[in-house]
Design a protein around this ligand. Structure first.
Ligand SMILES: Nc1ncnc2c1ncn2[C@@H]1O[C@H](COP(=O)(O)OP(=O)(O)OP(=O)(O)O)[C@@H](O)[C@H]1O
Ligand SMILES: Cc1ncc(COP(=O)(O)O)c(N)n1
Length: 274
């Protein structure tokens, strides 16, 4: 059985972060492990409190995992501050980790900050270059590219700018996926690697329950990379998983509710994943 590690923050309400990632990994019938970077007190209505974990303790968790069970892919989500980012970057290099999916989580959908502002540059310079794929949403792409994309053409332009900033020196396969969940007319995602652009067209599902879509997409990409799919196919399969998880409209809580991983997991028994 392939193993997937998530390095992320805990969401006690189970919709995003570590909890969404472990549900996704289990629905893919893979073995999930977790390194927690921060505790959050949050629910479907927003984030009430954040408590970052001491960077040395994040390092101790990483040592415990990598000295025993080597993951086939790693998803990195909320990293909270620069000390944690630098610890993760050091450990990723020490253990020569491959198949890293980095979701540059900066804020919750409801607006609360999940990354210190001054840590963004460290994230971009020290951790992103170690990834195989980075998956900014529109707002994160705006911070990284310097302008807010509003169309698929502009998402492509933003992805190319981010690629040049982060991956210019890389020879192996790596890519930037700009996610379009916050567009108004569609939910198209745009993937750019060194040479090509792939557009994943998707109609916008009319559903307020989108808490954890970005976490779920990135951990599903990690599951696909662990199984040996290439970046382009991994994104295609992962987007299908997220769409399935949204479509059944599990309507929990009074705000933006979580996804339905049971429904999405059923799809994975089909031929596409086999
Ligand atoms: N209403 C929607 N209909 C269809 N697909 C969606 C919708 N909302 C988000 N998605 C898809 O979910 C994935 C995550 O995209 P999104 O842009 O919401 O990321 P995010 O903002 O990082 O997520 P999160 O809300 O967890 O922070 C993408 O593949 C996106 O296209
Ligand atoms: C621990 C953690 N990680 C990531 C997110 C982003 O997800 P969303 O934007 O759906 O709230 C979150 N809310 N909490």
């Amino acid at each position: 059985m392939k193993k997937v590690l998530t390095i992320a923050g805990s969401d006690c309400s189970g919709g995003a972060g570590i909890q969404a990632d472990l549900k996704t990994i289990t629905a893919h019938r893979l073995y999930g492990m977790s390194v927690i970077t921060a505790l959050t007190a949050q629910n479907t209505t927003g984030v009430q409190a954040v408590q970052a974990i001491d960077a040395d303790f994040v390092g101790a968790q990483l040592d415990a995992v990598f000295s025993d069970i080597i993951p086939d892919a790693v998803k990195i989500g909320m990293v909270a501050n620069k000390e944690i980012i630098q610890m993760i970057a050091r450990k990723m290099q020490q253990y020569k980790v491959r198949n890293i999916v980095l979701d540059p989580v900066m804020a919750a959908t409801a607006g609360s900050k999940l990354l210190q502002k001054e840590a963004t540059v460290i994230l971009q310079n020290e951790l992103m270059p170690l990834a195989s794929i980075i998956t900014p949403n529109i707002g994160e792409a705006a911070v990284l590219a310097g302008f807010t994309p509003t169309t698929t053409d502009e998402m492509e332009k933003a992805a190319k700018i981010i690629y040049e900033k982060v991956f210019a020196k890389r020879q192996d396969d790596c890519a930037v996926l700009v996610k379009g969940g916050h567009l108004t007319d569609s939910a198209d995602d745009v993937l750019c690697d060194k040479n090509l652009t792939y557009i994943y067209n998707s109609r916008k599902i009319d559903n307020k329950n989108t808490h954890g879509t970005g976490c779920t997409l990135s951990s599903a990409i990690a599951c696909n990379l662990a199984e040996g799919f290439n970046l382009q196919q991994s994104v295609k399969n992962a987007k299908k998983y997220v769409t399935m998880a949204m479509q059944t409209n599990l309507d929990l809580g009074s705000g933006a509710g979580p996804l339905n991983h049971m429904a999405a997991g059923g799809w994975l028994t089909s031929d596409i994943w086999q």
